[in-house]
Design a protein around this ligand. Structure first.
Ligand code: IPE
Ligand code: IPE
Ligand code: MG
Length: 249
C-alpha cells in the first residue's frame, strides 16, 4: 500500500483530516457482560492504535469525539468513571504519544472539568505542541452548537461589526481553528447521526457509518473507511469533481 508521510500528503485519496465519533463502547461491554466502564477503557486502547495507523497513512489531522456536551446526562458514576479514565489515559499514554510525534489539542468547554484534568490537558498540549507527525484533537465537553455560540461571543467581544461577520471570520474563532475542515467523518457503533459533533466543520465532509463498535475498530476497519472515502467524488456544489487542492479549508 502507498504510504505517505504527513508532509508529503499530496494524494487526494487520503483524507487530510479524519473526524471520528467513537461510539459503541457501552454495547461492546454489554456483549461481554461487563460494566460500561470496561468498554470505555477498551475504547482508549483502540484510539491509541488508530492514531498511529492514521499517521502512517498520511492523515495529518485526527479529531475524536470523547465526551459530548450532552453526555453529562449519563448516570453520575459513568461520568465520574469517564473523567477518571481520561486522567489515567493522559498519564499512561502521554510519553508514548509525544515520542510518536503526536500533537495533542483539547477542544471543548474546559470550565466544567476538574482542576486536575485541566492541568493534565495543559501538560499534554504543552509537551506535544511542536510535534508535526499528526495533530490529535480530542473533543471533550464539546458540542457543535456550543462551538458556534462561543465563536459568536468571541467575535462580539473582539468588536466585529455585522459586516465583518463572515464565514471565514467566524471560522477563526471556532475551537477547531487550528485544523482544516474534516474530509472524512466516521461514526462507529451503528447509529446514523451527527450527535452535535463539529456541526459547522462537517459541511462538506464525506460521511461513513459503520456497525463496528468503537473498541473493535482496528486497522482493517480504518482501511475500509479510507477505501470508501477514496471512491467518493467530492463536488462541493459544482457539477464536476473538485480539482486537486479544492476543499473546505
Ligand atoms: C461512546 O460510547 C463513548 C462516549 C459517549 C463517552 P457509548 O458510551 O455511547 O456506547 P454505547 O453507544 O452506549 O454503546
Ligand atoms: C456521541 O455518542 C458522543 C460521543 C461518542 C462522545 P452518544 O452515544 O452520546 O450519542 P447518542 O446519544 O447516541 O446520539
Ligand atoms: Mg453511544
Amino acid at each position: 500500500m502507498l504510504r505517505l508521510s504527513a508532509d508529503m500528503n499530496c494524494n487526494l485519496a487520503v483524507p487530510r483530516h479524519v473526524a471520528i465519533v467513537m461510539d459503541g463502547n457501552g454495547r461492546w461491554a454489554k456483549k461481554r457482560y461487563l460494566p460500561r466502564f470496561f468498554g470505555h477503557k477498551a475504547g482508549v486502547d483502540a484510539l491509541v492504535r488508530v492514531i498511529n495507523a492514521c499517521a502512517d497513512r498520511g492523515v495529518e489531522y485526527l479529531t475524536v469525539f470523547a465526551f459530548s456536551s450532552e453526555n453529562w446526562k449519563r448516570p453520575e458514576d459513568e461520568v465520574s468513571g469517564l473523567m477518571g479514565l481520561v486522567l489515567v489515559a493522559v498519564t499512561k499514554y502521554l510519553a508514548k504519544l509525544a515520542r510518536d510525534g503526536v500533537r495533542i489539542v483539547i477542544v471543548g468547554d474546559r470550565n466544567a472539568v476538574s482542576d486536575r484534568l485541566r492541568a493534565a490537558w495543559l501538560e499534554a498540549e504543552t509537551a506535544t505542541q511542536h510535534n508535526t507527525r499528526i495533530t490529535l484533537s480530542v473533543a471533550f465537553n464539546y458540542g457543535g452548537r456550543w462551538d458556534v455560540v462561543q465563536a459568536c461571543k468571541q467575535a462580539v467581544a473582539a468588536g466585529l461589526t455585522a459586516d465583518q461577520i463572515t464565514e471565514q471570520a467566524l471560522s477563526g474563532y471556532m475551537a477547531m481553528r487550528h485544523a482544516p475542515d474534516p474530509d472524512l467523518f466516521i461514526r462507529t457503533g451503528g447509529e446514523v447521526r451527527i450527535s452535535n459533533f463539529l456541526l459547522w466543520q462537517v459541511a462538506y465532509a464525506e460521511l461513513v457509518f459503520t456497525e463496528c463498535l468503537w473498541p473493535d475498530f482496528d486497522v482493517q476497519a480504518l482501511d475500509a473507511a479510507l477505501a470508501d472515502y477514496a471512491g467518493r467524488e467530492r463536488r462541493f456544489g459544482a457539477v464536476t469533481a473538485a480539482p486537486a487542492g479544492a476543499g473546505g479549508g
